[in-house]
Design a binder for this molecule. Structure first.
Ligand code: B1M
Length: 211
């Protein structure tokens, strides 16, 4: 078996320590961080998602796999940084109210930091007022909202409304993303940018800071 398929298998079994070791092995063997992330960790998590959907596994197994994924990402993090990174803007990021999924949000944060952005992470289950306050306190250029549930993505509209009512829309751009979010949803709620994955979220954030 290849290192990448080993990582995927170990993640599915929730073996956090072994995932860490295997990710390190991949790095030592010269594999690109992007391949380890996409073809190892994310591919394993996609299989977990599929089994979860079909009720073949349940929340505890998914949580254990998520812990293994986070362990692997922690090993990868130092290898996902641009060499010419310097401060390119301030981002306040969080997973929206009612939503506890944070793996994708954490990846977006890593990619943004890797591109030289200053990222303030509000965690999960973040209410619109908290995004607003943190944007004010940190003079943020961007508020970045992640959502993984169709039932919570609607909270993004409340973030746009809160920022508009506070008169912040000309100072702060709003970036949205997460599996159920689309460009047309972004347009429909009046957000400024959408990105389908963590790498393009970092590129989009930098583009929004320049515009
Ligand atoms: Co949840 N869950 N979950 N879950 N979970 C999903 C999302 C689901 C699709 C599973 C399924 O049915 N197949 C489904 C949602 C259905 C829907 O709404 N359409 C679901 C459900 C139903 C639930 C619960 C309701 C289950 C229950 O309790 N009955 C519950 C809700 C809890 C809550 O949030 N209130 C729940 C709970 C959980 C766990 C806690 C067990 C765990 C989360 C642990 C954690 O995050 N710390 C979990 C997990 C792990 C998943 C799956 C399996 C994997 C998500 C993940 O981390 N993917 C997921 C199935 C799936 O996605 N296939 C599922 C890997 C990650 C790298 O991808 O987060 O998509 P992702 O991020 C991507 C992009 O989306 C994008 O970039 C990332 C990568 O490049 N991106 C952005 C993300 N945020 C962005 C922000 C941006 C731009 C891009 O700009 C700001």
């Amino acid at each position: 078996m290849s290192v990448l398929s080993d990582i995927s298998e170990l993640l599915q079994k929730g073996k956090a320590n072994e995932v860490k070791e295997m990710v390190q092995k991949g790095i030592d063997e010269g594999l690109a961080a992007k391949s380890i992330l996409e073809e190892g960790l994310m591919s394993g998590m996609a299989i977990i998602g599929d089994k979860f959907k079909k009720n073949e596994i349940y929340v505890p197994e998914v949580l254990i796999a998520a812990r293994a994924m986070n362990a692997g990402i922690a090993v990868l993090k130092p290898h996902m940084t641009d060499s010419d990174a310097s401060n390119k803007g301030t981002v306040v990021i969080g997973t929206v109210k009612g939503d506890l999924h944070d793996i994708g949000k954490n990846l977006v944060k890593i990619m943004m930091e890797g591109k030289g952005m200053n990222v303030i992470d509000l965690g999960v289950d973040v209410a619109p007022e908290k995004f607003l306050q943190a944007a004010k306190d940190n003079s943020a250029d961007i508020v970045a909202c992640s959502a993984l549930l169709t039932t919570t993505m609607t909270e993004m509209e409340n973030v746009v409304k809160a920022m508009t009512e506070a008169g912040m829309r000309d100072k702060v751009s709003i970036l949205v993303g997460g599996a159920p979010v689309t460009q047309s949803f972004c347009d429909s709620i009046g957000a400024d940018g959408y990105a389908p994955d963590a790498a393009s979220a970092a590129d989009e954030a930098i583009a929004l800071c320049k515009s």
